[in-house]
Design a protein around this ligand. Structure first.
Ligand SMILES: Nc1nc2c(ncn2[C@@H]2O[C@H](COP(=O)(O)OP(=O)(O)OP(=O)(O)O)[C@@H](O)[C@H]2O)c(=O)[nH]1
Ligand SMILES: [Mg+2]
Length: 331
């Protein structure tokens, strides 16, 4: 029996397929289901769509429920979730908890006085098709350094240093923080290309968040920050400026130096929901290994859809993938 779908169904389906944000994708899937005529001819389509809806719901609630509000039991270790773990550190009252609040499903306490946050808290941030784990932390100052922070910072994939552009003592407070970390043998760095000569030291890739940017109308504080932290990536943000938060999300993803690779089975649609995560420079072989160890050695070639390639181009196992490439494995 033919499905006889209305024209707006196909239009909506195109939007659905192109959409990457899981929440929006879920909304579109539900709309597709609601406009689909319900008869024998659409039984299979309905079942497929329901399966997609359930997968998307799991993905979203997994982010919000299971690790949305994880109060770290043992403070010196938070199990990694998602495609990368980013620890937000900073002086008191700089806005760490506010950022974790707007960017994730976690609900940290926020207050207009310092030393509000007492314990680390992890939450998941959705960036397009991946989830990234943010950790809110107690402040670092002359008076306070929670010792467990050293372990958390060392094991995180990236540090985001939250700087308070509304604070007169911004730079002094940052110097104190940097000094305290140095005492713990943690050095914040714009890039980490090699291990330090002294193995007791930990070089940690760091991005700077120039927060409460709207309070720095003249841009004076921002300039001070750029001057002092010349080689660092600095992103200006404000809790009420959604564009700045979107740029921050992208900046954090880029700083993690990872790529997303989507897979498709032969003759089927691409799976845009659950990409394989590889380091920048990752190959077809590595992507295959991520699926299954047997897959890697059985692989004959892959077909690729992506930037700078014609659709379905054949590539070998040593081919270096780009972010958002789509691959079809042939074994
Ligand atoms: N003007 C302005 N205020 C902000 C912004 N983000 C947060 N705040 C305010 O800054 C204050 C501190 O915010 P928190 O998020 O609690 O800061 P914190 O760094 O977590 O503070 P501690 O946990 O004490 O270290 C609160 O009054 C927030 O409302 C912003 O973008 N602009
Ligand atoms: Mg806080």
């Amino acid at each position: 029996m033919p499905a006889n779908l209305p024209p707006q169904y196909y239009e909506l389906e195109r939007t659905f397929k192109a959409e990457k944000d899981p929440r929006e994708k879920l909304r579109l899937a539900q709309e597709l289901l609601s406009i689909m005529p319900k008869h024998k001819g659409t039984d299979k389509l309905q079942a497929d769509l329901k399966a997609k809806i359930s997968k998307l719901k799991k993905q979203i609630s997994g982010a919000e429920r299971s690790h949305g509000t994880v109060q770290a039991a043992a403070h010196d270790h938070i199990p990694k979730e998602g495609a990368g773990q980013i620890i937000l550190i900073g002086p008191p009252n700089s806005g760490k908890s506010s950022l974790v609040d707007v960017l994730t499903g976690a609900k940290p306490t926020i207050a207009d006085y310092p030393y509000t946050t007492r314990e680390p808290l992890a939450g998941m941030m959705v960036f397009e098709t991946v989830q990234l784990q943010l950790i809110d932390t107690p402040p670092i100052s002359e008076e306070l350094y929670e010792n467990y922070l050293s372990g958390l910072i060392r094991s995180a994939d990236l540090v985001a240093l939250v700087c308070d552009l509304a604070d007169e003592r911004m730079l002094d407070n940052l110097e104190i923080l940097i000094k305290r970390l140095e005492d713990k043998r943690i050095l914040l760095a714009p890039e980490v290309r090699e291990t330090p000569d002294d193995p007791r030291y930990c070089l940690k890739k760091t991005v700077m968040i120039a927060h409460k940017a709207l309070e720095d109308e003249s841009g004076e504080k921002r300039a001070v920050l750029s001057e002092r932290f010349r080689d660092f990536k600095i992103m200006a943000t404000s809790i009420i400026d959604d564009d700045s938060l979107a740029i921050l999300k992208r900046g954090i993803f880029d700083a993690l130096e990872i790529i997303r690779v989507y897979t498709k089975q032969i003759g089927k649609e691409v799976d845009l929901v659950d990409p394989i995560i590889l380091p920048v420079g990752g190959t077809v072989q590595q992507a295959a290994n991520e699926i299954h160890k047997d897959f890697g050695w059985k692989l004959k070639f892959a077909k690729l859809w992506g930037k700078g390639k014609y659709d379905g181009q054949r590539v070998q196992r040593d081919y270096v993938l780009q972010d958002e490439d789509i691959i079809e494995f042939h074994i």
